[in-house]
Design a protein around this ligand. Structure first.
Ligand SMILES: [Zn+2]
Length: 237
């Protein structure tokens, strides 16, 4: 006799959600045995895909919510989220992503980052200050407090920047050189005379337009660093 609490369903992941699935299991449905009263969200995460990565879900070709309780014999299809911003472009980055934080700040985006964040602390932060979480830690992305987020595929900061710009369709909302790379402060224009003492002799000689971070005092000007960054922005897709 069949156990009434035991259900079986097929899950197929589309697009770049396959990245989360073991290579040998890609491209075909994953057969899952589960007990009653488990949501699609729970089962999808049990298969390794954080809910924030999921766009549309269908069960037997009918759209369903992540709270849907799959039934015996269901065929679920899980699509990735479409590119775009789910909220204002404010980010929280885990403590391995310092270079990505600096690059996103360079593009003008509000990035909360520290190199000593604990997972629980980040989840708590998100409850009071909703932000898009960027991390490579899937378990962190699966936490309830995480409403929006993205699991970085690449380990390389340059590629990570491209991923984030693409995923959240950031290109039209880039405001380069408006934010402090060190502390996230919003830069203010400053007279050269006021920062003269902080400048190297060559900078004093060749540059006239400066801005300063009102929080940490860092001074910025359109030097060689600025030109390199212009190139990075021009290459963003
Ligand atoms: Zn600063």
């Amino acid at each position: 006799m069949r156990d009434m609490d035991r259900n079986e369903a097929d899950f197929i992941f589309r697009g770049d959600l396959e990245w989360f699935i073991a290579r040998k299991a890609r491209g075909k449905p994953i057969h899952l045995v589960f007990e009653d009263h488990q949501s699609a969200k729970h089962l999808i995460e049990a298969l390794g895909v954080p809910h924030v990565e999921v766009g549309k879900v269908t069960a037997n070709q009918e759209p369903v919510a992540l709270s849907y309780l799959p039934k015996d014999g269901d065929k679920l299809e899980i699509l990735p989220t479409a590119p775009g911003l789910p909220m204002a472009p404010c980010f929280l980055l885990d403590n391995h992503l310092g270079r990505l934080a600096a690059s996103l700040r360079m593009l003008g985006f509000d990035c909360l980052y520290r190199n000593d964040f604990e997972d629980a602390e980040m989840a708590h932060l998100l409850e009071n200050d909703p932000r898009i979480l960027l991390t490579r830690d899937r378990q962190l992305l699966m936490r309830k407090a995480v409403q929006f987020g993205y699991c970085l595929r690449s380990l390389r900061p340059k590629e990570q920047l491209h991923e984030v710009v693409r995923r959240f369709a950031l290109k039209p909302v880039i405001r380069p050189f408006t934010r402090c790379l060190r502390c996230n402060g919003i830069l203010e224009p400053v007279d050269k005379a006021d920062v003269l003492e902080q400048l190297e002799p060559k900078t004093r000689l060749y540059y006239n337009v400066f801005s300063r971070c009102p929080i940490c005092g860092q001074v910025y000007w359109k030097g060689s660093h600025w030109e390199q960054m212009q190139a990075v922005i021009a290459n963003l897709k």
